[in-house]
Write a new protein. Structure first.
Length: 98
């Protein structure tokens, strides 16, 4: 079951729930809403920081969000948000199940 979906895992060393909440509020279109092209979002504390997992419809939709919203907002600085860019792992997804 091949798919064009594209996965991203971001790890913010030392990141907190409060930083996550501020950052998501700054880059998502509204509470509980996903950016255009994003079809999955999960986040939580992990050893040594905070991890976010997202799936986009395609690599192109990820790059549009990253370059048009995410990076510009991070470069401006997000009050109370993450203070540095994350360690990033990308996954050219082969399987995506509901």
């Amino acid at each position: 079951m091949a798919t064009e979906a594209y996965g991203i895992v971001h790890f913010f060393a030392g990141g907190t729930r409060e930083q996550y909440d501020a950052s998501v509020a700054a880059v998502h279109p509204g509470d509980g809403q996903l950016p255009a092209g994003q079809i999955f979002h999960a986040a939580g504390p992990s050893e040594g920081g905070w991890t976010i997992m997202a799936v986009h419809e395609s690599q192109e939709s990820w790059e549009t969000f990253r370059d048009g919203t995410l990076l510009p907002r991070f470069n401006e600085g997000i009050d109370g948000g993450f203070t540095s860019l994350p360690e990033e792992t990308v996954i050219d997804l082969y399987t995506l199940l509901p």
